[in-house]
Design a protein around this ligand. Structure first.
Ligand SMILES: [Mg+2]
Length: 230
């Protein structure tokens, strides 16, 4: 069996480092098992969240939606992708025309194989982040942006990611791409497995036996499930 975990909200509290108690438990749990991590964040962010020891204890860690893979801290493969300038121009228009009033800076982040876009900007404070998330929940701005992007660029995919941003990549280069790098059945654990959320692409491909999807509310729920597989 292969065990695949989303990181943010599944192994850690949202955007925060892993709890030390759970980390100890998890390091023990993964011994002798095939365990993979998959996240939209880059490797540096994963080091911050779960630590090098966890990243090097697992079979492999897939970052930026599976566009780069590390084993024992070494890069196994990476997919480079340059967002077309027409897309970047469209995002600039979204930035100018969104009715949300605050622009905190760092609106576009180029990551390996993907682009992360945020109206409020990744430099925002925690409070601003919450505020934008409430605004977006009311007007569904991010969903609308994703729709426009995909209608305009048929070879590009966009999904709502985290609280404030959208993730954009070449068609098919989402979290689901890692399935082809893993032999045998997969148990997947994620906190955002519904349609339009950032684990949906992979979760929706693993719903039939012998694969299985575990949708968790938080890392505590992940831990409770894992205790049954000891
Ligand atoms: Mg998550």
């Amino acid at each position: 069996m292969n065990y695949v975990f989303d990181i943010d909200g599944t192994l850690t509290p949202a955007r925060l480092p892993i709890e030390q108690e759970f980390k100890k438990f998890f390091l023990k749990w993964i011994k002798g098992k095939n365990v993979y991590l998959i996240t939209g964040s880059d490797y540096a962010k994963s080091v911050e969240q779960v630590g090098k020891d966890v990243l090097e204890a697992v079979t492999a860690c897939f970052n930026t939606a599976g566009n780069i893979c590390h084993k024992n801290g070494k890069v196994i493969y990476k997919n480079d992708w340059n967002a077309p300038s027409e897309l970047v121009a469209m995002l600039e228009v979204f930035l100018k025309t969104s009715k949300y009033p605050i622009r905190a800076g760092r609106h576009l982040e180029h990551r390996i194989g993907m682009l992360n876009f945020s109206i409020i900007g990744r430099n925002c404070t925690r409070e601003q982040r919450k505020d934008y998330n409430i605004f977006d929940a009311n007007v569904h701005e991010r969903e609308k942006f994703c729709k426009i992007i995909m209608e305009t660029f048929p070879d590009i995919e966009a999904t709502v990611g985290g609280q404030i941003s959208i993730d954009i990549y070449a068609l098919g280069m989402n979290k689901a791409q890692i399935i082809k790098h893993i032999d045998g059945p997969i148990y997947f654990y994620g906190d955002k497995t519904k349609k339009g959320e950032n684990d949906y692409a992979i979760a929706s491909k693993l719903t039939s036996p012998p694969n299985k999807v575990f949708t968790v509310k938080n890392w505590q729920e992940t831990q409770n499930i894992l205790k049954k597989f000891d």
